[in-house]
Design a protein around this ligand. Structure first.
Ligand SMILES: Cc1ncc(COP(=O)(O)O)c(C=O)c1O
Length: 370
């Protein structure tokens, strides 16, 4: 059995470090924010090549607060794509703004930069490119549109810890960057967590207030804030895991290269690493027009797979209010129908990769029906 994700294997490899870190927090009893979170923020900011990082309690909270810090609210529009995890869109509505969707560029699965400008209206305040699956969006044209049209650019880097665009790190390129530390992420907490990165000291200050009831001084509330604080135990665990992240990312990249080599030979459409990108392969998604059969065949061979994401946001019943319909975003709809995510994590072995590739190569669903 090859699981889609194996969090236990990673835990076993760092167990002693994690237990010592957790024990330190229990001894200090600094359970909410505190010194471990403060140290993690400094270390994570350095990792992202960003001046500031603010720890929060999820990637969704990170997005919500990034919009609020940038002054985005009711009456405003934010541009993003429908081929993403729902939080990219729901967080725009949390801030009271309206999500406006733009199709993806099919090779990269990220926002099609050539379609952004026609979605801009007098109410547009921001663009939220999503670095989907661990590959950065095509940031230079997006940042150029942002500068020229006076729009804030916020990176949804929830899946892209350590990813790079022309040598620049995810979270360092735009006005704000939002990360998730959900357990399955490339850098995952042992519970929920998130962070916002920024170079702007005013945003940094506002984010720190907003995550903690809008106050800098206890019981003095300057802003209407939230309880979005990062827990001390998560900060301590994330510090341990951050020390391993580069090695884990290199392992992911090596595994992805091995898969791609084997799958190219089998004629499978494997993920493209764009010329500008250092892809960190949070998700390794192949494409097939016979997905259901292929997934069932792999399952029968003991190989778990995932689908990220089967329904684009504009076709989700919960987002009918946005007024979109089938056919509005053909590239996103086609991707949603065809993607299949293979097991990919640092602890995967060469033998497992070969087993998955062999199962794919031999899968009848990949052989054209005669
Ligand atoms: C692209 C994207 N944005 C936002 C989020 C939200 O993060 P969280 O689950 O930590 O709230 C996630 C992850 O779940 C994500 O994949």
């Amino acid at each position: 059995m090859i699981p889609y994700l194996d969090l236990k294997a990673q835990y076993r490899s760092i167990k002693d470090e994690v237990l010592a870190a957790v024990s330190g927090v229990l001894e200090s009893s600094q359970f909410v924010l505190g010194p471990e979170v403060a140290s993690f923020e400094k270390e994570f900011a350095a990792f992202c090549h960003a001046p500031h990082a603010v720890g929060v309690n999820s990637g969704t909270s990170a997005l919500h607060l990034a919009f609020l810090a940038a002054g985005i609210g009711p009456g405003d529009e934010v541009i993003t794509t429908p081929f993403t995890f729902v939080a990219s869109v729901s967080s725009i509505e949390y801030a009271g703004a309206r999500p406006v969707l733009v199709d993806i560029e099919p090779r990269s699965f990220t926002i099609d930069v050539n379609q952004i400008e026609r979605a801009i209206t007098p109410r547009t305040k921001a663009i939220l490119p999503v670095h989907l699956f661990g590959q950065p969006a095509d940031m230079d044209p997006i940042l150029e549109i942002g500068r020229r049209r006076g729009l804030t650019v916020i990176e949804d880097a929830a899946q892209a810890h350590g990813a790079e665009y022309k040598g620049r790190r995810a979270g360092s390129m735009a006005d704000l960057g939002c990360f998730s530390f959900y357990p399955g992420k490339n850098l995952g907490a042992y519970g929920e967590g998130g962070a916002v990165t920024t170079a702007n000291p005013e945003y940094d200050r506002k984010l720190r207030m907003l995550r903690d009831w809008g106050s800098e001084k206890k019981y003095e509330h300057v802003l209407k804030g939230f309880n979005y604080r990062m827990e001390g135990i998560q900060g301590a665990i994330l510090r341990v895991k951050l020390r391993h992240l580069e090695a884990w990312t290199e392992a992911r990249r090596a595994h992805a290269a091995a898969y791609s080599r084997l799958l190219a030979a089998a004629g499978v459409e494997y993920p493209h690493e764009m010329p500008y990108a250092r892809h960190v392969y949070h998700v390794y998604a192949i494409r097939t027009t016979r997905r259901a059969e292929l997934q069932a065949q792999l399952q029968a061979a003991g190989i778990q797979t995932g689908i990220h994401y089967p329904i684009p946001v504009h076709l989700q019943p919960a987002y009918a209010n946005l007024g979109y319909k089938q056919g509005d975003f053909p590239a996103a709809e086609k991707a949603a129908a065809e993607v299949l995510s293979l097991p990919l994590y640092p602890e995967l072995t060469a033998a497992q990769i070969e087993e998955v590739a062999a199962a794919l190569s031999n899968a009848p669903a990949l052989t054209p029906a005669r």
